[in-house]
Design a protein around this ligand. Structure first.
Ligand code: XMP
Length: 520
């Protein structure tokens, strides 16, 4: 919970797939908000959080089921505006004296049109274009009788109470989802809502920078901080912010595990050394990592070896600077949101992701996580604010285990060298065609298979590689990027001509799920 602003909005999560989008829309409107699962909402939390307004998310449950999720009744007594969305509307009605009934085959999923009831309502100011508005619905149940004090302001064919409000208490509720892009004017509804609640909209990255710097100073005092710098936007922004706060008490460690891309180590180290005076250790540890990985082909074992070695290296450099008290991490808000899970039970481990998680407990370090409250695009905006070069801000994500997970099977220096060259050509092609910013992540994987080819008049027997390029919003789901055939043909020709050791190029068109973005 941040102390950085007094204007806070509380989102109570009832398990909708799109709850995070509510937070996104509000942050875009310069409003600070946090998501809490409904089970966590206690009187104490509400008192501590002191929300200026509350939003109930949607959710998969039915209020007619026994023990269906509810907010505490006390939220209705706080005197702050409340907006209920979908399940949030239904639960509000159920608790305030209205009625909800099952859809009986009239469930509404997808695009729908809400018709205005031609009455003025503050939350609908400049919202309807004409007398109806496109929205996105996703509900089985619907409100069949509104609670005392409420009036109806919008209807749709299967949701007679699509928009309702009790203006005296400033309670608003909608059956549709204003947070999704398919409700084109949804953001306006949130804007009107926060205006009604009197938010000062002071959540800007400029203000955040000042306040976060002050918070870091308070937390760290005169102690030392060690920060793993990967060259990615998150760790770079975290390092700059902490440096601004505590100067030379910060030491960054850039670990070169021999699994980086072409020129990457030089680019990152030069950028930081040339532009900033942050004490930076360039840990050249390729022998250690590649030695430990030799002969290993199991993806999980490879990941575990790399994760374990990162811990050893940080320990080594923390000792070298005579002990650090804090470890800085670029943890983002999506990593800390505890969403409600209705799947039951822990989810299976697909991959053991490692950043530097696990480090603090082992090393007895406290954490500094100055980006914990931010979404990725806010981190980018903060990067701008801190003057981080554009080329760093817009970089594609690169995983901690690096090229190890783009080299299925056993890793050798020879394969890594070939992979680096092919990857550099692919990325160069993407830049030349102006596609870099349209793609979430692009890279080459070298396949553990050699194939026969013919070049000139000679036979070749070299490695095959796969190009991977995906679009995504958060890396959780992804789709392959639809390159033109010309682009793919040109790229394949360039790789085969320019990279010794590859004689076949394929394009991976698997989406996630069922695939993952990385190959291992
Ligand atoms: P997957 O392959 O699971 O990857 O679809 C999703 C996103 O996460 C990145 N990734 C990692 N990032 N440490 C990281 O810092 C890891 O161990 C790791 N594994 C995957 C991947 O590059 C993609 O952006």
């Amino acid at each position: 919970m941040t102390n950085l602003t007094n204007d806070r909005l509380l989102i109570i999560d009832f398990g909708s797939q799109v709850t995070q989008l509510i937070a996104r829309r509000l942050r875009e409107l310069n409003v600070y908000c946090e998501i809490f699962p409904y089970q966590r909402i206690s009187d104490q939390l509400i008192q501590d959080f002191s929300p200026k307004a509350i939003i109930f998310s949607g959710g998969p449950a039915s209020v007619m089921e026994k023990n269906s999720p509810r907010p505490p009744q006390a939220v209705f007594e706080l005197g702050v505006p409340i907006l209920g969305i979908c399940y949030g509307q239904q639960v509000m009605m159920e608790m305030l004296g209205g009625k909800v009934e099952r859809g009986h085959g009239t469930a509404e999923f997808g695009r729908a049109y809400v018709k205005s009831c031609q009455q003025n309502l503050d939350i609908l100011e400049n919202w309807f274009e004409g007398d109806h508005e496109q929205v996105w619905m996703s509900h089985g149940d619907h409100v069949s009788q509104i609670a005392p004090g409420f009036q109806v302001y919008g209807t749709s064919p299967n949701a007679p109470f699509a928009i309702i409000a009790d203006t005296d208490r400033r309670f608003y509720a909608v059956q549709f989802h204003p947070e999704v892009h398919h409700t084109p004017n949804g953001k306006k509804l949130f804007e009107n809502f926060i205006c009604i609640a009197g938010f000062s909209r002071d959540w800007t990255m400029g203000a955040y920078r000042e306040q976060a710097v002050e918070a870091i100073r308070q937390k760290v005092g005169g102690k030392k901080v060690i920060c793993g710098l990967s060259g990615g936007v998150d760790s770079s922004v975290a390092a700059l912010l902490i440096y601004e706060a505590i100067g030379d008490q910060l030491t960054c460690v850039f670990v070169d595990h021999g699994l980086l891309r072409k020129n990457e180590a030089v680019e990152v180290v030069t950028m930081f050394r040339d532009n900033y005076n942050i004490p930076l250790i360039h840990a050249e540890e390729d022998e250690l990592f590649l030695g430990a990985l030799e002969g290993q082909s199991d993806p999980e074992i490879k990941r575990k070896i790399i994760g374990g070695l990162f811990i050893d290296i940080f320990q080594k450099y923390a000792d070298q600077i005579n002990g650090a008290d804090f470890l800085a991490q670029g943890t983002l808000y999506p990593d800390v949101i505890e969403s409600v899970s209705f799947s039951g039970g822990p989810s299976v481990t697909i991959k053991s992701h490692h950043n530097v998680g696990g480090l603090p407990e082992k090393m007895g370090l406290k954490l500094v996580e100055p980006l914990r409250e931010l979404f990725k695009d806010e981190v980018r905006a903060l990067g701008h604010e801190l003057g981080l070069p554009e080329s760093f801000i817009g970089r594609h994500p690169f995983p901690g285990p690096g090229l190890a997970i783009r080299c299925p099977g056993k890793i050798t220096r020879q394969k890594l060298d070939i992979l680096r060259e092919a990857d550099a050509v692919f990325i160069d092609q993407i830049h030349k065609h102006g596609l870099y910013d349209d793609i979430w992540q692009a890279f080459v994987a070298i396949l553990p298979v050699r194939t026969v080819g013919v070049m000139g008049d000679g036979r070749t027997y070299d490695f095959a590689c796969a190009l991977r390029a995906v679009t995504s919003v958060d890396g959780m789901t992804a789709d392959y990027y639809p390159f033109s055939h010309e682009f793919l043909g040109e790229t394949a020709t360039r790789i085969i001509n320019e990279v010794k050791g590859i004689n076949r190029v394929t394009y991976d068109i698997t989406s996630k799920p069922p695939g993952t973005i990385e190959w291992e």
